[in-house]
Write a protein that binds this ligand. Structure first.
Ligand SMILES: NC(=O)c1ccc[n+]([C@@H]2O[C@H](COP(=O)([O-])OP(=O)(O)OC[C@H]3O[C@@H](n4cnc5c(N)ncnc54)[C@H](OP(=O)(O)O)[C@@H]3O)[C@@H](O)[C@H]2O)c1
Length: 294
């Protein structure tokens, strides 16, 4: 792939990467993957760098002088954001702004991770990168503000939007398995669609994007799509969990934050990741909770 015209040369293919939010689902996968691909990674968890602190951000970027900053930090509590608006705005909008300003000053690249929740979900097809956003809730609004700060305040940016991420720690897959085992019966929404994405595959796609050095806006998820109900059925099938499942509508299952009914992102112009079913099967295998199927 070609190099953007104003891109400075890195030494060989080795990139010095400062990673924020290194303790999160995606951050953990990137911390593991990028050194395996021969990049130098400085992983910073929230306790190492709070991205809402503009001085700390500036000093850290100056001190390490990276080629690239990857921001995997965010306030990801979609429902909590509805009431904790200031905290969500600080982490999701002010944080990326601080990083964009610091990267511009230090002449380095910035990769910001975004969300499908910037869309209202009313479109009858998967969302392409330049479809107009119209977030329904505080989380989506603050994340959109973060994307826009990055796109406007620095020159060499990547914004990579993703969706339905599961990885290490508390995640949707583990929650469904726990609820299934505890209750023997669960109700799951069947009118909200997404492409569930394993954080490990997302990290792989992000590595491909930064190695190609093609700046711009990307949509990156595992391929295929399903409702949360279908996703949960597959989790239970692959894990051999006996559970009675009832499909319910969003109206029957109200949550504090509205979500897009169609949360499916088109991979137009982005690296293609494998199908979500294949990724889920490997994840469950990796977690030691899958049963062999004939
Ligand atoms: N999870 C999803 O389904 C999903 C879907 C679409 C897009 N995304 C996006 O994907 C990216 C990665 O998400 P994820 O699933 O890996 O989220 P995650 O597991 O919640 O990780 C986010 C990390 O950011 C840290 N963080 C929060 N505020 C911070 C701050 N002010 N300074 C520094 N670190 C801070 C968190 O630390 P604490 O735990 O200490 O708060 C946490 O370690 C985010 O940009 C998110 O918006 C996620």
């Amino acid at each position: 792939m070609g190099l953007a015209p104003d891109a400075p040369q890195f030494a060989g293919d080795h990139v010095k990467i400062l990673l924020t939010g290194a303790g999160g689902q995606l951050g953990l996968e990137l911390s593991r993957l990028l050194p395996q691909r021969d990049h130098e990674v400085i992983p910073l968890a929230r306790t190492d760098l709070d991205i809402t602190d503009s001085r700390a951000v500036e000093q850290t970027v100056e001190q390490h002088s990276p080629d690239l900053v990857i921001n995997a930090a965010a306030f990801t509590g979609v429902d909590a954001a509805e009431t904790e608006v200031e905290a969500a705005y600080a982490a999701n909008a002010v944080g990326p702004r601080n990083l964009a300003v610091a990267c511009e000053r230090a002449d380095c690249e910035l990769l910001q991770v975004g969300t499908n929740y910037v869309f209202d979900g009313k479109l009858g097809r998967p969302y392409e990168p330049f479809d107009p956003p119209n977030p329904l809730g505080v989380y989506g609004r603050t994340k959109l503000a973060g994307d826009e700060y990055v796109m406007r305040l620095c020159h060499r940016w990547y914004v990579v939007r993703t969706a339905g991420v599961y990885g290490e720690g508390g995640n949707i897959v583990r929650t469904m398995l726990r609820l299934g085992r505890e209750r023997g019966e669960i109700r799951v929404k069947d009118d909200e669609f997404v492409s569930p994405t394993w954080a490990r595959d997302l990290a792989e796609g992000i590595a491909q994007i930064v190695e190609a050095r093609e700046y711009g806006l990307y949509h990156l998820t595992n391929s295929g799509s399903c409702s949360w109900y279908e996703f949960t059925l597959e989790i239970m099938r692959l894990s051999g969990t006996e559970v009675r499942m009832t499909p319910v509508s969003t109206a029957e299952f109200p949550l504090p934050a509205p979500r897009p009914a169609n949360g499916v992102l088109s991979s137009l112009g982005s690296p293609q990741l494998r199908h979500w079913r294949e990724a889920l099967a490997e994840y469950l295998d990796h977690e030691g909770v899958s049963v062999p199927h004939g």
